[in-house]
Design a protein around this ligand. Structure first.
Ligand code: SF4
Ligand SMILES: [Zn+2]
Length: 425
């Protein structure tokens, strides 16, 4: 059964008075929304009926000014639909003090360098900002934030996108509609693909696509659009919220692979470094549920901290092994960004002096190089003790530059590798 929106004006009411219904192929009403349904209600209906519901040109209207929603839209904190003009005037904080607004970014499917990590060729970011606020996060030091400080100032009163990372979040509510339009205008066969990225689209590289319900709703609709167009999708998150879309993942079969970032199972350490993200064991349990449902899955073991020894790495891998992942991506921490000092402070504030000292010592490139090489080797060696773990290492460019001879050649080989996953072509 496919469903679509049907909007009828109330003959006795004014311009704003219209009834919104969901009807099936034969015009039968399957759901009555009443007048002016919220964005939340509309997106949840997609989940309930397992169908994509395009919100453009359906007779829906802005809850503020009454204009029809024919192009860009967003919502207020209560979820009421807003046209783009009205959304642009919104600026508010949610219950947790997070500054929230609509994201004016025009990009939908962005080309990505992440093919170098054999992750994807394109990314879709469902928001700008991230409520998890991980200390080591490289996103606030990238142009996606650095070049947009003026917009972030206007939209969320942000003065320093890096320092305030984790306290602002601008949603891209109409991404699914824009993605639908983009894929109709340019069929997927015509998009460039690389050998290592293999035409995969990843959600999300610059935010957590399941960090809350609103982000999850955008994500679900985008994934639905993508798999309907035979686009292979990779989902990477730290949020067990993704389990709400198990039906979609099961239906998508080989087209969707889902992964969790689990850098360590040390709760206290993870809480210090990723202050607002769910605990690692919750992430593992979410992957376990995906495993039981035969959903394709992977783990991102990143970043591993210098205090982690062979025993801790072996233990983490044994947890991963129980999940039967297609691949475990691994990366040592790279303390080169502006966020490095924040990582050290977070470790100190959490009473993890050894970690703080180890991190600080890595300001000396030779010490960092030694740790990074040791961890890459250690993780690969430990993985050989399990018959179902394949490691895909991510040595950074900095590490390659810092090495010579055989070590350098070996790292370059690792960088050129294609992950062992099989994606539909
Ligand atoms: S969840 Fe990802 S995007 Fe969000 S702060 Fe953490 S590392 Fe950055
Ligand atoms: Zn309006």
């Amino acid at each position: 059964m496919s469903v679509r929106l049907d909007t009828k004006r109330d003959p006795d009411g004014g311009w704003y008075d219209r009834y919104v219904e969901l009807v099936d192929d034969e015009g039968r009403v399957v759901k009555e929304f009443g007048k002016n349904p919220t964005l939340n209600e509309l997106r949840e209906a997609e989940r309930e009926y397992g169908e994509r519901i395009n919100l453009w040109q359906q007779g829906l209207i802005c809850s503020d000014c009454g204009n029809q929603i024919n192009e860009r839209f967003s919502a207020d904190l209560e979820g009421n639909l807003l046209c783009w003009d009205c959304a642009s005037e919104e600026d508010s904080s949610d219950q947790s003090g997070l500054r929230v607004n609509a994201d004016p970014t025009k990009s939908v499917l962005s080309e990505s360098k992440l093919y170098e990590k054999s992750l994807c060729d394109y990314v879709i970011n469902v928001a700008t900002g991230c409520r998890h606020g991980c200390k080591f996060c490289y996103v606030p030091s990238t142009p996606a934030i650095q070049n947009r400080e003026e917009m972030l100032g206007d939209k969320a009163g942000v003065e320093d996108g890096q320092q305030e990372w984790g306290s602002y979040l601008l949603y891209r509510d109409d991404l699914p509609e824009r993605l639908n339009e983009g894929l109709q205008d340019n069929p997927w066969e015509d998009w460039d693909k690389t050998d290592r990225g293999r035409g995969v689209v990843m959600l999300s590289s610059g935010t957590d696509c399941y960090q809350d319900k609103r982000a999850a709703q955008i994500t679900r609709s985008c994934v639905h659009e993508l798999v309907s167009n035979d686009v292979p999708v990779r989902i990477l998150t730290r949020s067990p919220n993704l389990l709400r879309d198990m039906d979609l993942f099961r239906k998508a079969g080989e087209y969707v692979t889902v992964g969790m970032s689990i850098p360590s199972f040390d709760d206290e350490l993870v809480r210090a470094m990723e202050p607002n993200a769910p605990p690692p064991m919750q992430r593992w349990k979410a992957l376990e549920k995906l495993s039981k449902n035969q959903v394709r899955r992977f783990v991102s073991f990143s970043p591993t901290y210098p205090t982690m020894d062979e025993e801790e790495i072996h233990e983490a891998l044994s947890w991963f092994s129980a999940l039967g992942p297609e691949v475990v991506f691994h990366e040592p921490i790279n303390p080169r960004g502006a966020n490095f000092e924040m990582c050290v402070e977070a470790a100190e504030n959490a009473g993890r002096q050894q970690l703080a000292d180890d991190l600080r010592s890595m300001e000396d490139e030779s010490i960092w190089k030694e740790y990074a090489l040791e961890h890459i080797k250690l993780v690969r060696d430990c993985a050989r003790r399990f018959d179902n773990i394949q490691i895909h290492s991510w040595p950074s460019r900095d590490l390659v530059r810092a090495t010579k001879g055989e070590t350098r050649s070996w790292l370059l080989t690792l960088r050129e590798e294609v992950s062992p996953e099989q994606h539909p072509q």
